[in-house]
Write a protein that binds this ligand. Structure first.
Ligand code: BES
Ligand code: ZN
Ligand code: ZN
Length: 457
């Protein structure tokens, strides 16, 4: 698909706030409503309010509808605005809407629309370039997360990271299970121990000249989460290939940031492992020593993400000096999905200014984030009788917050105010399509975090 100037076979139009109604067809221009008139070669899509999310949804709907009619090109006039967020979203929607995951289907998806003809005198070249980079990074994340666990093992993801590093001129180091074992990453190692597919810790770095800030992204990369010995019920296990979303999102962000040439140094630390059962599986009652020396009582092997992340956070802080920001991304808790629903990520941390920046970036880019505040009563819920800390809370409430607080125990004092935890368990994987997201992996978070990083000065 490419964006060109000129005319197309069909004309598409975004109808804002019911400006046009076609009562004979029952079209009122409500959000996401679509009207295709093939004989007139016209397509209309309604949006009630102009914002990034609605624009992405509108243009993705245009592509989805026109695919059915096998048109090869569509003509459209971009919305009349100078706001770059809105324009980028307008262009991104076409690429996001064209995405279909057909890797394992005998009959491959068809992509009949080859040309998006832009009917305008304005020059959109720069904006289109950025929109294409970002949308491709999102589809890149979707493809990897959607791939089945037997294929997308920790070693395979590490190989993809190495390929990306070669293509985009990134530094890349890959550490295997022996490194983890020999260097005291006992929490990470233990989670991965029972799997036939050994773990990998991947460290990618994008280091532009004259970088203004140094940002660390730490991603939970559970290529499969069966729950381990605290085995998940079958219904809950399905979709757990998506438990690697945090790590893959970090990969997507560093891909986009490097391709956009943003002058911020970005490190992506991926904790890749499988949480499986077996004779040598780690067990409830085990006590694990993390890299920073803290001991952890395991009471539930399904709270594995925080164990992997604990060691990855230690790795980052030991190996990267003068950190300005450290963000972790993880499909960490079902509690976050219960609390906020499937469309919203939870944001936790000690620095409300950075958290506000994330909420704002989400607003600008059409992704939903909500702040979950810690308080002084929560830490005692993680007390252990046998170790420094327990991997699950003693209360059945507030699971997203206690998981976040667990992670905070592995943040050095000087970095506490630089750290933010993002629980993306809800929006990372789509079980029923919504907005511009088809079924499956969404690539949630790439767009907002790239925007946030771009704005760090
Ligand atoms: N990967 C899951 C969290 C999850 C649940 C992600 C649903 C996406 C959708 C995580 O490892 C997990 O199992 N967490 C447990 C923690 C509990 C044992 C304290 C949970 O949320 O139930
Ligand atoms: Zn789990
Ligand atoms: Zn998990």
């Amino acid at each position: 698909m490419e964006f060109v100037k000129g005319k197309g076979q069909v004309k598409a139009e975004i109808v804002v706030n019911g400006a046009k109604k076609f009562e004979e067809y029952g079209f009122n221009g409500k959000d996401g409503e679509i009207l295709v008139l093939p004989e007139k070669k016209k397509i209309y899509v309604g949006i009630e309010k102009i914002d990034s999310e609605n624009l992405k949804t509108a243009t993705s709907q245009i592509i989805r509808s026109l695919k059915k009619y096998k048109f090869e090109s569509v003509e459209i006039t971009p919305i009349n605005t100078k706001n770059e967020d809105l324009l980028e979203s307008f262009f991104m929607g076409f690429i996001l809407g064209d995405y279909e995951f057909d890797k394992y289907k005998s009959e491959k998806a068809k992509h009949p629309i080859k040309k998006i003809a832009i009917n305008s005198k304005r020059n959109f070249e720069e904006i289109i370039k950025k929109a294409v980079i970002k949308a491709n990074a999102i589809n890149f994340v979707r493809d990897i997360v959607n791939s089945m666990p037997d294929e997308m093992t920790p070693a395979r993801v590490a190989a993809i990271a190495e390929d990306l590093a070669k293509e985009n001129n990134l530094e890349c180091r890959v550490y295997d299970e022996n490194y983890l074992l020999e260097n005291g990453y006992n929490a990470f190692y233990s989670v991965a121990k029972a799997s036939a597919h050994p773990p990998r810790l991947v460290h990618l770095a994008y280091k532009p000249k004259n970088a203004k800030k140094r940002v660390i992204l730490v991603g939970k990369g559970l290529c499969y989460d069966s729950g381990g010995l605290s085995l998940k019920p079958s219904d809950y296990m399905v979709t757990m290939k998506s438990d690697k979303s945090g790590a893959i999102t970090a990969l997507g962000i560093i891909k986009a940031v490097s391709e956009l040439g943003i002058d911020i140094e970005v490190h992506a630390i991926l904790g890749l492992a499988e949480n499986m059962i077996g004779g040598n599986a780690y067990k409830p009652d085990d006590v694990l020593k993390a890299k920073n020396g803290k001991t952890i009582e395991v009471r539930n092997t399904d709270a594995e993400g925080r164990l992997v992340l604990a060691d990855c956070l230690c790795y980052a802080q030991e190996n990267i000096k003068d950190i300005d920001y450290i963000f972790d991304l993880a499909t960490l808790t079902g509690a976050c999905v219960v609390g906020l629903g499937e469309y919203t990520a939870g944001v936790m941390g000690f620095n409300k200014d950075i958290i506000d920046k994330i909420l704002e970036a989400g607003n600008d880019r059409g992704e939903h984030f909500a702040y979950l505040p810690f308080n002084k009563y929560l830490p005692k819920l993680l007390k252990s009788n046998v170790a420094d800390i327990c991997n699950i809370a003693s209360s059945r409430y507030g699971g997203a917050l206690t998981a976040g607080l667990f992670l905070s125990e592995f943040i050095e004092k000087e970095n506490k105010e630089k750290w933010v935890h993002l629980d993306i368990a809800g929006p990372a994987f789509v079980e029923k399509e919504w907005g511009y997201n088809p079924f499956g992996a969404s690539g949630f978070g790439v767009d907002s975090l790239v925007k946030l990083i771009e704005g760090l000065k």
